[in-house]
Design a binder for this molecule. Structure first.
Ligand code: DUT
Length: 184
């Protein structure tokens, strides 16, 4: 395994709010840079808001940035990112926004301008070409999903009793029989 540090990817950033710090890594080795809210917000239990961050970026082609929650805000205050992870496309030039939600059942959350409300993780993303086939190659998992491997008491109890609510395994888990994909 190589110990050579990765060269950082250069990303153009525009500051849309002079009073806010630009995103930066808090520690070496951090995956995400924190995003700050440009406005105050008060979120009642269950309430959401779309908060501007005061920054816009231009990612190189082949990259995307993902808006993730901050674990401290989630664990201590119940604040998450509703569309987590939010996807910032390489071609997006608008202000990065964060769709925060207060999932605490009781407490109102007060966010202040400048608070670090989420983190942005930049990643390389693949473009794919889809090839339609009549049937897919077999695999060990097959069409099993949605808890089919168990491993949590709640899942196991449900598997012994009824189907999980909202899934209709007989009708939606379509088993697709084997290959016809040679040459791909
Ligand atoms: O958390 C997010 C998610 C998205 N965006 C911006 C960047 C992204 O490139 C654009 C569109 O996001 P997405 O594709 O998720 O939204 P959509 O609802 O599918 O809208 P569109 O039809 O514009 O693609 O909105 C954000 O600023 N924050």
């Amino acid at each position: 395994m190589s110990d050579a540090p990765h060269a950082p990817v250069d990303v153009l950033v525009a500051r849309l709010d002079d009073g806010l710090d630009l995103p930066s890594y808090a520690h070496p080795g951090d995956a995400g840079v924190d995003l700050r809210t440009a406005v105050d917000a008060v979120l009642a239990p269950g309430e959401r808001a779309v908060l501007p961050t005061g920054v816009a970026i231009a990612l190189p082609d082949g990259y995307a940035a993902f808006v993730h929650p901050r674990s401290g805000l989630a664990a201590r205050c119940g604040v998450g990112v509703l569309n987590s992870p939010g996807t910032v496309d390489a071609g997006y030039r608008g202000e990065i926004q964060v769709v925060v939600v207060n999932l605490d059942p009781r407490e109102t959350v007060h966010l202040r301008r400048g608070d670090r409300i989420a983190q942005l993780v930049v990643q390389r993303v693949e473009k794919v070409r889809f090839h339609e086939v009549a049937s897919l190659p077999g695999s060990a998992r097959g069409s099993g999903g949605f808890g089919s491997s168990g491993g949590a008491g709640a899942l196991d109890a449900q598997q012994q009793g009824s189907q999980p609510q909202g899934t209709h395994e007989q009708t939606t888990a379509r088993g697709v029989p084997a290959p016809a994909t040679e040459g791909i």
